[in-house]
Ligand binder design. Structure first.
Ligand code: UDP
Length: 489
């Protein structure tokens, strides 16, 4: 039997982890990072995916193969037809309408059978399932096969604890959805509204069954890994451990496992721009002078809002990299861009349509600010790079992440969005060009306040790096998790 060295002197046989990520970029990307980390420790990893998703992450698959990491990408056929989904609808970002989200989650649950079949035949037999919180169907699979099961929480511990507490204490009961509510049982006073932070599986009353199943699956899990690091949110993590009453291992920031340029540039999917081209553009800019704007993988932005963002960036007179999704390009936007925007910002503005090599950009010394939708991965990636943020939440965990960034960590400023994007009426623009310009100017300001914000961000970046190094808290926590599940085998 092959030997695995987990920590100083501790040897065991090679464990086999089976990672079952949620099929959404913001969940799959850190799950791949986790697979890389486990494989680097000598474990075998089966990474569950589907044909469409495997095709997307082909560059990542090739890269992990080239590095000789023991990761098997296992493709299970996704039952889109059974649930009336369009052909190939295998990722949250491919779901064409709001009404199809529930069928999409029901289709995910149908992966239970093929997953169990794979696990029964897998050689060597699996040691442990690490399942995304949303994939509650893995609870029954683990029970049937008597396997330990660990939950992977993609969002911040801050969000997880807040969502758990508002649900446990019925904090929104009888309160108007736009009225501020103090989140119960937190180490400090944090207010939110039901509209901003409805919690997990909050698509409406018919989602309650999914929410309950996820809570049950969490309650019966052997432990929880979170993509965060202890020193970022120590009190919150302690409160969460007490609340949940089971082992909690913060093992992030997971993105830091990508050390060389190729692994940084292939994260998620193939970039729409060559990473060397972006790097040489950034090399030509002054340190900390560039504002980077990108709203992650799911947020959709209307042309009217994109035009306001563009005008705000132009008025700031600062260098910028602006990422616009392919699906958001439309004749109205194209016309406005070609009517002089590109010409007027030539030399100081780089617009990328499609997918950007985000961590390559954020970790370049010329980047001084990030306008973000506050997705947790983007937030953590900014923290790792010591880059302060302009916060522009849209939905899900993003409003609470904004609170963490602005009110708790004090490393960002808000553009001023108060309600999720699905409350925005036709013709309304959530943030006007003046607000964008104001936010960019205050974030990039060289005065005392801006300096202090940058210093706080730099301190956190150093702590993040240390957490992932040998002897660091997250490194140790991964060891503890591996040892824990191997003892339960
Ligand atoms: N991302 C990227 N390039 C892009 C857009 C997104 O590499 O152009 C990555 C980003 O680095 C992050 C993930 O996609 O790791 C997005 O996750 P996040 O939690 O920030 O937001 P979500 O997409 O889930 O809303």
């Amino acid at each position: 039997m092959k030997q695995l060295i987990i920590s100083n002197g501790f040897k065991a046989h090679k464990p086999h982890f089976v990672i079952v990520p949620l099929l959404a970029q913001g969940h799959t990307i850190p799950a791949v990072d986790m697979a890389r980390l486990l494989a680097a420790r000598g474990a075998l990893v089966s990474f569950i995916t589907t044909p469409v998703n495997a095709a997307r992450i082909r560059p990542v698959i090739d890269q992990t193969e080239a590095e000789g990491l023991s990761i098997r990408f296992v493709e299970l056929n996704f039952p889109w037809a059974e649930m009336g989904l369009p052909e190939g609808c295998e990722n949250v970002d491919l779901v064409p309408s709001k009404e199809l989200f529930k069928p999409f989650f029901s289709a995910i649950s149908l992966l239970r059978e093929p997953l169990e079949l794979y696990l029964r035949k897998a050689e060597p037999s699996p040691t442990c399932i690490i399942s995304d919180y949303c994939n509650f169907f893995t609870a029954e699979v683990a029970q049937d096969l008597s396997l330990p099961r660990v939950i992977f929480h993609g969002p911040s511990c801050f969000f997880i604890l807040c969502a758990y507490n508002v649900c446990k204490y019925d904090a929104y009961e009888g309160v108007d959805e736009f009225e501020p509510v103090v989140v119960p049982n937190l180490p400090q006073k944090i207010e939110t509204t039901k509209a901003q932070s409805p919690g997990w599986f909050a698509g409406g009353p018919d989602w309650a069954d999914l929410r309950d199943k996820a809570l049950e699956a969490e309650a019966s899990a052997d432990g929880i890994v979170i993509n965060t690091f202890y020193e970022l949110e120590p009190e919150i993590i302690e409160y969460y451990k007490k609340t949940i009453g089971k082992p909690v291992w913060p093992i992030g920031p997971l993105s830091l496992c990508n050390r060389d340029l190729t692994s940084k540039a292939t994260r998620g999917k193939k970039s729409s721009i060559d990473e060397h081209q972006v790097l040489s553009w950034l090399d030509s800019m002054e340190p900390k002078s560039v504002l980077y704007a990108n709203f992650g993988s799911l947020v959709r932005t209307k042309a009217s809002q994109l035009i306001e963002i563009g005008c705000g960036l132009e008025a700031s007179n600062l260098p910028f990299i602006w990422v616009i999704k392919e699906v958001d390009r439309c004749p109205e936007l194209d016309e406005w861009m070609s009517e002089g925007f590109e010409e007027r910002t030539k030399g100081r503005g780089l617009t990328i349509t499609g997918w950007a090599p985000q961590i390559v950009i954020l970790s370049h010394p010329s980047v001084g600010g990030f306008m973000t939708h506050c997705g947790w991965n983007s937030t953590l990636e900014s923290i790792c790079a010591g880059v302060p943020m302009i916060t522009w939440p849209h939905f899900a965990d993003q409003f609470l992440n904004e609170k963490l960034i602005v009110e708790v960590l004090k490393i960002g400023i808000s553009v001023g969005i108060k309600v999720p994007y699905y409350y925005i009426k036709e013709g309304e623009v959530p943030a006007k060009r003046e607000e964008v310009e104001r936010a960019v100017a205050s974030l990039m300001d060289k005065g005392e306040e801006g300096e202090r914000r940058r210093e706080r961000a730099a301190v956190l970046a150093e702590k993040a790096q240390k957490a992932m190094e040998e002897g660091g808290a997250s490194h140790e926590n991964l060891t503890l998790m591996i040892e824990h599940v191997m003892r339960s085998e």
